[in-house]
Structure formats: structure tokens, C-alpha cells
Unconditional design. Structure first.
Length: 148
């Protein structure tokens, strides 16, 4: 059963923008590095060395900015324009993780924004599409129970 096309209410984004950036950044970076360590994220980290990233969950008002070195993702803030920015509503990020829609489809439907370095964007988009998200199975169960 596909996820419904929902957008969080505007007040969620207003609250999300006021929250500290550290908790979601810390959680994302730790998750990515754990996936790398366990071989679930098939990334050649040399391609991300010294690069900066921004992930925006638009309807939640949450922006996560982080960097990478040749071995892992880093919980470091940075100023200025990121090398790569991915932005979408929360449900569209979930659709990618559940493989309901691939990044290309979301991009061409204008539900996924990819900005910045074109080559880095293609590498990252293909990586996202190849990942077997460890929590996707639980999300599917919640979806079947009507929780999502």
C-alpha cells in the first residue's frame, strides 16, 4: 500500500526551524557511519572526501548540514553553500527508503530537489537508490498496520 501524499502542517516547519540542528545532524551522521561500518551503505568514501552536504526535510523545517572525509561522515557544521543539497518533504524521503519511488522519479515529479555539484548529486542519488535501509522493513510493517 503506497504512502499517502501528505504534507505536514505549516506550523510543524515553523517549530522545526527553531529547534537546534545538532540532534538530527548527530543522528543522521551516526546512522550513516553505522551503515558504512556494517557494509549496508556501499559508498566509496574517497568520492565524498572534503565535501559538504545539506539535507532539508521541507515540511518539517529540519535542515541537516554535515561533511565527510575519505573514511566517514562527520558531524561538523560549515558555513556557506553546500556542495550538494537534497530537499524533499518527509513522506518523499520515506518513499525513497521504502523503494516506493526512486530518486529519479521524485526528481522529475519535482518532489526531490537536487542542487549543487552535478557529479556528486548523481553519485549520491545512485547511492540512495542502492541502499537497503535497515529500518525500512519496520516502516513497511507500520504502514501495513495503518500507523504511517
Amino acid at each position: 500500500m503506497p504512502l499517502p501524499d501528505i504534507t505536514l502542517p505549516q506550523w510543524c516547519a515553523q517549530i522545526g526551524r527553531r529547534l537546534p540542528a545538532l540532534p538530527p545532524r548527530f543522528a543522521l551522521v551516526k546512522t550513516l557511519n553505522l551503515m558504512l561500518k556494517r557494509g549496508l551503505l556501499p559508498a566509496d568514501m574517497s568520492l565524498f572526501d572534503g565535501r559538504t552536504f545539506e539535507i532539508d526535510v521541507l515540511d518539517a523545517g529540519i535542515t541537516v548540514r554535515f561533511t565527510a572525509d575519505g573514511e566517514r561522515f562527520l558531524d561538523h557544521r560549515f558555513e556557506g553553500t553546500p556542495d550538494l543539497r537534497l530537499a524533499a518533504n518527509g513522506v518523499d524521503f520515506l518513499r525513497m527508503m521504502l523503494r516506493e519511488e526512486d530518486p529519479d522519479t521524485l526528481f522529475f515529479k519535482r518532489k526531490l530537489q537536487i542542487e549543487g555539484d552535478t557529479e556528486l548529486g548523481l553519485i549520491t542519488k545512485n547511492l540512495l537508490d542502492s541502499v537497503e535501509w535497515p529500518f525500512a522493513e519496520q516502516l513497511v510493517k507500520w504502514q501495513e498496520k495503518g500507523i504511517l
